[in-house]
Each structure stands twice: as C-alpha cells, then as structure tokens.
Design a binder for this molecule. Structure first.
Ligand code: AMP
Ligand code: ZN
Ligand code: ZN
Length: 411
C-alpha cells in the first residue's frame, strides 16, 4: 500500500515538474511553410523581396535536397519524420500494397487518413507526447485517423481554400490563450507546383506564382506584427522538390515495351512501380525492359543505387522504372493524357539540381545573414525537435549535427 502511494506521488511530482519545465523553457513559436514545387533558384529571378529580406536577416541554404523520389507526399513526410521514404513508408503519391491489395492515392481521402501507411513518427506526435501543442494548416500526413498521431489542431485539405484564409487560420491559433496556443504550426501552398506542371518552370505563370507566394510572406509578417509576435516567431520556408521541363515528345510507353501479361503499373511520369503477379515472369519482363533501356532505367529493388536509399520496402514493387530527367514514362492508357506530359514535372533523380527545393529560416532561433550550402530535408525533423526542446524519435535518418550550425545557440 505504502509502495503504491509512493509510486503515485512520484508520478504526480514528475508530471508537475514536466509541466513547470515546459513553461519555464520558453519554447519559441515556429511556423513551417511549404511552397510545393518551389525550385531552389526561383528566388534569383528578382521577384521575391520578402525572400530577400529573410536572406539578409535570417538563414538561406543554397538548396534543399529532397529525398528520393522527389515527389510531394514522400518528401513532406520526410520533412516531418526525419526519415527516408523507404523507412517512413510513403514511397510515392500512389502506392499499391500487394500484401493487402489496397491502393493509396492522395485523391482517396480515406486512405490518406489511414494510419496503416505511415510507419514514421511525425513531429506532432513526438511533440504531443511531450506536452508541446502543435497545429497544421495542411500538410500530408496531418489528417491521420488516430487522434494521438495528429497535430492538436488541424485543417482537412481543401485544394482551393482561400490563401489569406489560411494565414488568418494560423494567426487565430496564435491568438489562443497561452495554455492552448500551439508552439509549432504548418502551412502549405500548392501554387508553384500546379503552375509548374501546367506551364513549365520557366513560364510567366510560374513567375506570377513566385510573386504571389512571396507577397503572402509579406502578409504573414504584417499579421504577426499586428499581434505583437513578429519577433518571437521562427519562420521556416521549405519546398518538397523542384521542377524541370518535360515534353510529350519525350514519352515512353513502358506497358508496350514490357509486353507483360500479369503486370500492374502504378505511378507515371518520372517513376513507375511494376507489380508482376506471375513471379516467373519477373526476369523475362526485366530483361525485355533492360534490352530497350533508353531514357529510363529499369531496376530490381535491390539494384536501385544506394544513394537513393530506396531498396527496402515491399511497396516499391517487383520492378522500378526511373525516367531520365525531362522524360516521362507511362502506360497505353496514359497516352490519352498527353497534356500531362507537356510543361513541368518532378520525381527524378534527387541529385539533379532542378529537383532541389528551398530552405529559408528567420526568427529568434536562427543566425542572421547566414548562408549555407545544400541541406538534406531529413535533417529538418531533428532541427524542429531541437527548437521545440523535445526529444526526437530514435532510429531516424536525419542528423541534428548536419543542420544545427544554422542555429544561434547550438546548445
Ligand atoms: P504532386 O503530384 O506530387 O505534384 O502533388 C501535388 C499535389 O498534392 C497538390 O496539387 C495537392 O493537390 C496535393 N496535396 C498536397 N497536400 C495535400 C494534402 N494534405 N492532402 C491531399 N492532397 C494534397
Ligand atoms: Zn510537391
Ligand atoms: Zn507536383
């Protein structure tokens, strides 16, 4: 009896100390913004006065290297888990799981919310367990069907949600009473990706998108000023990948080239996952595609170059196709969607500079007028944990020491 009282007392004391600790640690507010498909060099077009301001008063990396493949969902999730896609499980925007016969697609809301697919721990889960409140105004993986794996506050993705309304949502969270106010908030805009796909990275439409997103940063700064938080908020701006020009004249029909009876093809454009029902057919299909290999590479998962960190996941398929930058692969059915093969695309080799995104940061935690080289996006999760004063999940791929030099105080 006496022992259990002591135990309970000890737990209450620990909880009390943890709460006091959180309050006394003075964790800064941090807003993580993603501009989808915002290529690393878009800020050198003379269209971005607010980015220029951040460059002068904060941190700018030459580029943010995406994880492979350079696609939206895998990379947004690498950013918030610190893991490569093969390890956090979201290896593409569309995935087929041969074990369950289920298909994941970013257009299938039920599957997007299905926690089954997400094997990594996202920053909001780490934070929540340690008593730090988080919020998300859109982010892939923020809407999971398990409460404890979600941010405390979140918005369900709505592609056409008004851009200013999103900023107002963030500001409203920051106006909550202190004990309910989130310390970490995400914000997401698709515009540069959508225009980049349609018109290509060098189009006037992409330039207009760059200007518009830059001016939104100005709006955010002003609104933070209005609520007297401008100097106490860290703002980190990233993108999930870049964009390169493609053409319908650079299209290859992999279904035709494979002459495969029992193949299922998932994804198209830069990458393709092939699942072969009849395992006796794998070598023959591989050999046929290998023989015709031109402007694409065909791999068995074990052969995918080590630098991609993309070998060990059963969702990769029996065979994996990677297009040469600027080229597209697809199926016979995809040929009817040729308009998708003009303009721009991403998903290619993540060392190809056109696939690189941006990393900018400004606020009380960051050095001023500090420039660094390319940063890998898996290092952002440990950085966020450091800023939020929480213990990161173990066994991740990112490392704090690869990024902590951008912080004002490293310890
Ligand atoms: P991608 O095919 O890689 O270019 O994906 C970009 C698209 O992902 C955007 O145009 C959005 O429609 C979609 N998207 C981004 N975030 C979310 C989200 N949280 N939920 C559902 N779809 C999203
Ligand atoms: Zn994207
Ligand atoms: Zn895209």
């Amino acid at each position: 009896m006496k022992v259990s009282f002591n135990k309970a007392g000890f737990i209450i004391l620990l909880t009390f100390l943890a709460v006091i600790n959180l309050y006394s640690q003075n964790i800064p507010y941090t807003i993580l913004i993603s501009f989808d498909g915002f290529r690393w060099d878009y800020t050198s077009r003379g269209l971005t006065p607010n980015f220029d301001y951040i460059e002068k008063h904060g941190v700018k990396a030459l580029s943010l290297k995406p994880s492979f493949p350079s696609i939206t969902f895998p990379n947004h999730i690498s950013i918030v888990t610190g893991m490569y896609p093969q390890n956090h499980g979201v290896i593409a925007n569309t995935m087929y799981d041969p074990a369950t016969d289920k298909i994941y697609s970013l257009y299938d809301t039920a599957e997007v919310r299905n926690a089954y697919w997400y094997k990594g721990e996202m920053i909001w889960e780490t934070a929540r367990r340690q008593g730090v409140i988080t919020a998300s105004y859109f982010w892939p993986g923020s809407e999971m069907n398990l409460n404890y794996r979600r941010p405390n506050y979140y918005e369900k993705y709505e592609h056409s949600r008004d851009y200013l309304e999103r900023i107002n949502g963030v500001i409203n969270w920051l106006k909550l009473p202190y004990s309910e106010r989130p310390k970490f908030i995400t914000l997401y805009y698709d515009l540069t990706d959508s225009e980049g796909h349609r018109y290509g990275p060098d189009s006037p439409q992409v330039n207009a998108a760059i200007s518009k997103l830059d001016s939104l940063l100005g709006v955010l700064f002003n609104k933070l000023e209005e609520i007297n938080l401008r100097d106490s908020v860290n703002i980190i701006i990233v993108s999930d990948h870049g964009m390169t020009e493609i053409s319908k004249d650079r299209y290859l029909n992999i279904e035709e080239l494979s002459s495969c009876n029992s193949c299922k093809f998932f994804n198209r454009g830069a990458i393709m996952n092939i699942f072969i029902k009849d395992k006796n057919e794998v070598d023959a299909v591989y050999n046929r595609l290998k023989l015709k290999e031109s402007h694409y590479k065909v791999y068995k998962p074990s052969e995918i170059p080590a630098e991609y960190h993309f070998n060990y996941n059963h969702l990769i398929g029996d065979l994996f196709i990677l297009s040469e930058p600027g080229w597209s692969v697809g199926t016979t059915k995809d040929k009817d969607r040729m308009h998708d093969y003009n303009g721009g695309n991403h998903g290619f080799d993540n060392s190809f500079m056109d696939m690189h995104g941006i990393f900018y940061a400004i606020g009380p935690s960051f050095k001023e007028n500090y420039k660094t080289g390319t940063i890998e996006n898996i290092n952002i999760y440990p950085l966020l944990c450091k800023i939020l004063k929480i213990v990161p999940k173990q066994n991740i791929d990112g490392k704090l020491e690869n990024i902590s030099f951008i912080l004002k105080e490293r310890e």
